[in-house]
Design a binder for this molecule. Structure first.
Ligand code: GLY
Length: 271
């Protein structure tokens, strides 16, 4: 199936969720202190405004206090033009977040698929949709059964899935890379060294700026976390329009720009 080359970064819609006060209990690999809710809310508002500035319709769901990490909506679903797939997060405290997203996506999509295998785990942060394939990183949150379940659903929609590895000790595959256009990926040197991005044009994060790798291409903007000037300059030098957003509070929970939204252009009866 041929798709427009820009379908992987042109979006009519996004969904975000307001940060909950319980975010102070959010998961983190290393404790560098709790996120501070007020700057977190300001950064989140800036992020939503940046998405909206591209002309997209952005839905901001109410905070879910029962789920401290629920601001990171990307992990709850994979949104493709043909339909959405509800994830099965591998973090036990996050499993219920996906069920909260399903009815929201049903208002946009005629097809919302669920993974029935209870041994399957997969989080959206481990999935990178490029102009030609869906890369899925096996990680501490995403297992082989989760990838197989996703492949069964999305192959019927004409998408090719390729299993890759999220580097050890890295939360998600997209912690270390982002799509900049259909064929260009911003990545850490450690991820690129694995060879999984062979065939793509790769721009490396600058030494010491590995956290800049989690960015998003959203319509005409590349939205990057603020504070990584050498990587930002490299992305600008490659011809991209960059908007930076404060990420100090999300970063305490290993979160970045991709984690904060579901981005999609649904097609079909509700699209
Ligand atoms: N704090 C984000 C996550 O661990 O899922």
């Amino acid at each position: 199936m041929t798709r427009p080359a820009d379908a992987s970064f042109r979006f009519t819609h996004a969904i975000c969720r307001a940060p909950a006060a319980s975010i102070t209990r959010g998961l983190r690999a290393v404790d560098t202190g709790d996120p501070d809710l007020e700057p977190m809310r300001r950064h989140h508002a800036d992020y939503v405004a940046a998405l909206r500035s591209t002309g997209a319709e952005v839905t901001v769901l109410p905070a879910l206090d029962a789920y401290p990490d629920s601001v990171f909506v990307e992990d709850t679903a994979l949104c493709l033009p043909e339909g959405a797939v509800i994830m099965r997060p591998g973090a036990a405290s996050r499993l219920g977040e996906a069920g909260e997203m399903a009815p929201v996506l049903e208002t946009f999509y005629a097809r919302v698929a669920r993974i029935s295998d209870e041994e399957a785990f997969i989080e959206g942060g481990d999935i990178l949709v490029t102009g030609r394939e869906i890369l899925v990183g096996r990680s501490a949150r995403t297992n082989a059964r989760g990838i197989a379940a996703l492949e069964r659903i999305t192959s019927a929609w004409g998408h090719a899935v390729r299993e890759v590895r999220t580097p050890p000790g890295v939360l998600h595959f997209k912690t270390d890379c982002s799509l900049l256009d259909a064929e260009t990926i911003l990545a850490t040197p450690r991820l690129d060294a694995s060879g999984c991005l062979a065939g793509y044009r790769v721009i490396h994060t600058a030494p010491g700026e590995e956290a800049a790798a989690n960015a998003i291409r959203f319509n005409d903007l590349v939205i990057m976390a603020a504070g990584f000037p050498r990587t930002e300059a490299a992305v600008r030098a490659a011809g991209f329009r960059v908007k930076t957003i404060g990420n100090s509070e999300c970063a305490k929970l290993d979160g970045g720009m991709s984690c904060l939204s579901l981005r999609f252009s649904p097609k079909g009866p509700r699209g």
